[in-house]
Design a protein around this ligand. Structure first.
Ligand SMILES: Nc1ncnc2c1ncn2[C@@H]1O[C@H](COP(=O)(O)OP(=O)(O)OP(=O)(O)O)[C@@H](O)[C@H]1O
Ligand SMILES: [Mg+2]
Length: 295
């Protein structure tokens, strides 16, 4: 599939204001919660009144694209007013010559990002769970990088290899080295920096010991590798059960007028609080909200 835009706004539609702040959600580990985090961050920012652009770089799964397309269907079918981002998806070039493929990937990515930067307040980019040239370019454009890691020592390996005896870092992971390279690329390009945030995902309400050990090790790694910790998401059914409707728990609270609407439960309130806590921890720079899109 070539790069395809769901959005059809002409580039000269750009609004005056600061260029969008770019949030990349990346982790070279499958199933760590990147797409779930991308979707919840997107809806949270939309519901705060911001215009949001989204880019899906996961050409094998298109999870975020499918999530948003399910949302568009819900809007149409149920005549609901739900905020929508301006969404793009971008597959790697199929050029056989590597350097040409890379040049094409970079050019397409930069064109989409350039367009979105003038149109929205925040851009959220969902990366695939593997290393790719496109993902590396995207990381180099991050103002904020969010890395979700499942709450287990196996998954922590994606950040750093930890000595089992001492709990200290033996060496950084290839992913941490890649982030380091993209930080350098970013600094060389425009003098900017990447604020790297690691968040734990699927936190269990049990397993208090594992939770504390993980927290201690991560805290030490944060200083060594140069990231900040954010409070994560607990393991909750509500983080996954609304995918087919394209909804999140954040959409459930202003449906009071709909008699058939599922009523938010305590666990939904707690989940919404976790998403809000993540947004707060990201310490995103303030933007004067541009007009957002509603379905
Ligand atoms: N906090 C959570 N509570 C419950 N389920 C979750 C949570 N976070 C993610 N999941 C589920 O875990 C699975 C993987 O999540 P997700 O697709 O977001 O990961 P990913 O990092 O995008 O994966 P990939 O690397 O394949 O792109 C999905 O089934 C998702 O619904
Ligand atoms: Mg994904």
């Amino acid at each position: 599939m070539a790069d395809t835009a769901v959005d059809s706004t002409p580039a000269n539609d750009a609004l005056p204001g600061e260029p969008a702040h770019v949030i990349v959600v990346g982790c070279e580990k499958g199933g760590s919660g990147k797409s779930t985090t991308s979707m919840h961050l997107t809806v949270a920012l939309l519901r705060l009144g911001y215009a949001v652009g989204t880019i899906d770089l996961d050409a094998r799964q298109w999870t975020l694209t499918r999530y948003l397309s399910n949302r568009a269907t819900t809007i149409q079918r149920e005549k609901r007013k739900l905020p929508m981002p301006r969404h793009f998806f971008l597959a790697p070039s199929e050029q056989p010559v590597r350097d040409e493929a890379r040049a094409e990937d970079r050019a397409r990515f930069e064109a989409i990002l350039e367009k979105l930067r003038g149109l929205v307040d925040y851009v959220v980019i969902d990366c695939a769970g593997t290393d790719s040239y496109l993902a590396r370019v995207a990381h180099s454009y991050a103002d904020t990088l969010v890395t979700p890691v499942n709450d287990s020592f196996i998954d922590l390996d994606v950040v750093a290899h930890v000595d089992g005896q001492t709990g200290e870092m033996a060496r950084p992971s290839v992913y941490a080295e890649m982030v380091w390279d993209q930080r350098k690329a970013r600094a060389q390009r425009d003098g900017g920096s990447i604020d790297w945030i690691v968040m734990r995902n699927r936190l269990s309400t049990l397993e208090a010991n594992n939770k504390k050990e993980m927290a201690d090790v991560l805290q030490r790694l944060a200083r060594r590798i140069g990231f900040r910790m954010a409070p994560g998401f607990s393991e909750r059914v509500i983080f996954r059960e609304l995918f087919l409707q394209g909804l999140t728990m954040l959409d459930m609270f202003d449906d009071k007028a709909r008699p058939d609407a599922a009523r938010p439960r305590m666990s939904h309130v707690a989940a919404r609080q976790e998403v809000r806590a993540l947004i707060n921890a990201l310490q995103l720079p303030e933007r004067r909200p541009r007009a957002r899109q509603t379905g």
